[in-house]
Write a protein that binds this ligand. Structure first.
Ligand code: C2E
Ligand code: CA
Ligand code: CA
Length: 709
């Protein structure tokens, strides 16, 4: 850039100065021509003047009389010779008789001693043309000659009457010779009159170019008039040059400034661009690279791995309890949590690995090395330990935990996008298997994903063909042990595969949105069936996905109207997940449902978060104790106390309690004593087709319990 600038400046300067030089040269040339013309003109005029003077002196009646008739030398001396003193017109005057003897010869008023000093061969040469002039021609000649005094304009004329009449025969002609020398003062005068500075005589041999040759009678150069060229071009150039240099310098400075500021603007622009690129690669909240930033970082790592034969490890981690914190305490707290987790992870993983936040509560760590698996697993363990500790968020303390997926790109052979997909899949496996753990990616997972996709397709088809059926599990009164209710449970026998557990297909239905159709199908089928069992109540499970559907309440009301089932006989079972995730929306839906008259039970209480706060807040119509809680009571007396306390709590909130998963008589007795009013479990019966419930209804107490347990 600077080079281009310099080249432009140099060529611009060169052009400007060449142009100036040309103008200067041209001006010089013009002046030279003018001077030459002036000098030539001056010489001509000089010669013409001598001719005019000559005419006055040669054609003069008095002179003719005094010379030809009286031969009055005295008169001649006075009127010719003395006139040469201080005259502007001539400085030498010689009067010659027909044979060339002088009657009078003066230079500057002084008689001349040696006549040949003035009557030189050049002067004599002029006599020839004069003598050969025809009779009627003016008998006068002029020219330039060289004398002892220098170069002079000379005029020679036949002395005659003013009328031109000759006094003697042609052979008796007398002559007057006038000379005016080009000397000192004369030349100075010419110099001034013609504005030709430094005008001076030069010898004929001079090689000065500023001169005009003075030719003798034979056209031989006898000398020259030279002048000092004024070179107006050079003078103007000399005057203009500093200005032009100034202008060029100013332009150069201006352009340099432009260049510098342009450069600055350019670098500012590229700095802005770099900042924008950096911003686009950075997550605002955490200051860590974002997904795009991770891709960029991974691309670098993978290139390095390919070059150096190293491996790239990727840890994909998802916080387990983030949603809960976000929902419970608000987004500001959630943001704080993300910030402190980010900062903690940064310290934990060190400076070298790429640590990125992929949005929400997902992070990734990528690093490179030889055989990275051991390091990756160690790092995963450390991250689990770190996030397993309670974290302070502002004034709150929360335990969040995380699930991690690990994947590797051996020698950089797996590209970034695929690596992320694999680690993500492994992370999901960690979630599915109970969170708070790490899982290595295994190609089997892809098969399972594929299998899941096939399962989804089949489930969709099964729902279309009404192949999903409903089984009913008896719920007995804790005192009478008679069937008082049933819980409707979905059943699916997949064509070509056999029965599929709801624990497999319900999550698939939930994640694909099929749950709305499935849930409604179960509800409608169960309500229709219930028409035949006027003495029984009905429980139906509802997934969070269904509950979120604004049309859900309407669907429930429709089914009730269509089947004629009284709303009070229907209990909808919900797990706490949705209430924790979306308390305000959950409350609205809950209120709407209550208006239809149906009851709401909190399912699986004691299996998860189980916050007493939620129980108070939402006022469910029933609590269902989770099987895990029921299982624990056989061996542990403290568990029984826990159970009692839980039931007491529910009762204090006016919530009757159902115990589920009751498999032994011991459990049944304990639960009965603890205050559960309904019992459900294999002890009384598994979920069975509707026909089998018909028989159970008639049986009275399903079992007999020992009086005391
Ligand atoms: P859940 O609502 O907790 O249903 C009770 C589950 O525990 C049923 O499993 C039932 O067969 C099982 N169970 C009952 N008593 C015992 C016992 O004494 N011992 C043992 N080991 N298990 C017992 P199932 O039918 O496999 O259903 C699993 C889960 O699938 C259900 O758990 C429920 O969450 C979901 N589910 C089933 N049908 C539906 C449905 O129609 N809609 C929705 N949204 N979820 C459903
Ligand atoms: Ca249930
Ligand atoms: Ca349950």
């Amino acid at each position: 850039m600077l080079l281009i600038f310099a080249a432009v400046m140099i060529s611009v300067s060169a052009m400007v100065f060449t142009a100036l030089d040309r103008v200067g040269h041209y001006a010089n040339q013009l002046d030279e021509e003018r001077s030459r013309e002036a000098v030539t003109g001056a010489l001509q005029t000089f010669r013409h003047q001598i001719r005019a003077t000559l005419h006055d002196y040669a054609a003069w009646d008095d002179a003719a009389g005094h010379i030809y008739q009286q031969r009055d030398i005295d008169w001649i001396e006075r009127n010719f010779g003395e006139m040469s003193l201080n005259s502007d017109l001539f400085d030498v005057v010689i009067v010659l008789d027909p044979v060339g003897n002088s009657l009078s010869a003066h230079s500057d008023g002084v008689p001349i001693k040696g006549l040949d000093q003035y009557v030189t061969p050049g002067v004599l040469a002029l006599f020839e043309p004069l003598k050969q002039l025809p009779e009627d021609a003016l008998p006068e000649v002029t020219g330039f000659v060289e004398t002892v005094k220098g170069i002079a304009a000379v005029g020679i004329g036949v002395i005659r009457k003013t009328s031109g009449e000759r006094m003697g025969k042609p052979s008796g002609n007398h002559y007057v010779v006038l000379m005016r020398h080009l000397a000192g003062e004369t030349i100075e005068r010419l110099s001034r009159a013609y504005v030709l500075p430094g005008l001076h005589l030069v010898p004929p041999s001079s090689d000065l170019s500023h001169r005009v040759a003075i030719l003798g009678p034979n056209d031989q150069p006898i000398g020259g008039l030279a002048w000092v060229p004024r070179s107006p071009g050079d003078a103007s150039l000399a005057q203009v040059r500093p200005l032009v240099w100034c202008a060029v310098a100013m332009i150069a400075i201006y352009m340099l400034l432009l260049f510098v500021s342009g450069n600055e603007a350019l670098s500012r622009m590229s700095a802005d661009e770099a900042a924008a690129v950096k911003l686009s690669l950075t997550d605002r909240l955490s200051g860590l690279p974002n997904r795009t930033g991770l891709f960029a970082g991974m691309a670098d790592l993978i290139n390095l791995a390919q070059r150096d034969g190293k491996d790239v490890a990727l840890l994909y981690l998802d916080l387990d309890g983030f949603k809960e914190v976000n929902d419970a305490y608000g987004h500001a707290t959630g943001d704080l949590l993300i910030r402190s987790v980010s900062a903690g992870l940064r310290v934990l993983v060190g400076d070298e690995p790429v640590l990125a936040r992929l949005g929400g509560d997902e992070f990734a760590v990528a690093f490179i090395g030889y055989d990275v698996q051991k390091n990756a697993v160690e790092l995963a363990e450390r991250v689990l330990d770190f996030l397993g500790e309670p974290i302070t968020i502002g004034e709150r303390i929360a335990v969040i935990g995380c699930s991690i997926g690990l994947a590797f790109s051996r020698r950089g052979l797996v590209q970034g996008e695929e690596l992320i997909r694999r680690a993500d899949m492994a992370m999901y496996r960690s979630k599915e298997e109970g969170r708070g753990r790490w899982t290595l990616y295994d190609p089997v997972m892809d098969d399972e994903r594929e299998e899941r996709n096939l399962l989804e397709l089949d489930l969709r088809a099964a729902l279309d063909r009404q192949e999903v059926t409903v089984a009913y599990q008896p719920v007995v009164d804790a005192c009478s042990l008679r069937v008082t209710a049933v819980e409707a449970l979905a059943r699916w026998t997949r064509a070509g595969h056999g029965p599929v557990s709801p624990e497999v297909f319900i999550p698939v239905a939930e994640s694909t949105g099929l749950i709305d159709m499935l849930g409604l199908h179960v509800l409608r089928t169960a309500c229709r069936t219930l028409v035949a069992w006027p003495d029984l109540a009905l429980s139906v499970n509802v997934s969070p996905g269904q509950f979120r559907d604004p049309a859900f309440v309407g669907h429930v009301a429709d089914v009730l109207t269509q089947t004629g089932i009284h709303a009070s006989r229907l209990t909808l079972e919900l797990t706490e997940t949705y209430f924790i995730q979306n308390p305000s929306r959950a409350r609205k839906t809950l209120d709407l449902l209550r208006q239809t008259g149906v009851k709401i039970a909190l399912d699986d209480f004691g299996s998860g978060f189980s916050s007493v706060g939620y129980l108070r807040q939402f006022r469910f119509d029933r609590m269902k104790l989770d099987k895990s809680l029921v299982d624990s009571i056989c061996d542990d007396s403290r568990a029984i106390e826990m159970l009692r306390a839980t039931v007491a709590l529910a009762q204090s909130l006016e919530m009757p309690v159902t115990a589920e998963g009751v498999e032994t008589e011991g459990q049944a007795v304990a639960l009965q004593k603890a205050g559960c009013d309904l019992l459900q479990g294999f002890l009384f019966g598994k979920a069975v087709p509707a026909e089998e419930i018909d028989q159970l209804r008639e049986r009275g107490p399903l079992i007999r319990l020992p009086i005391s347990a």
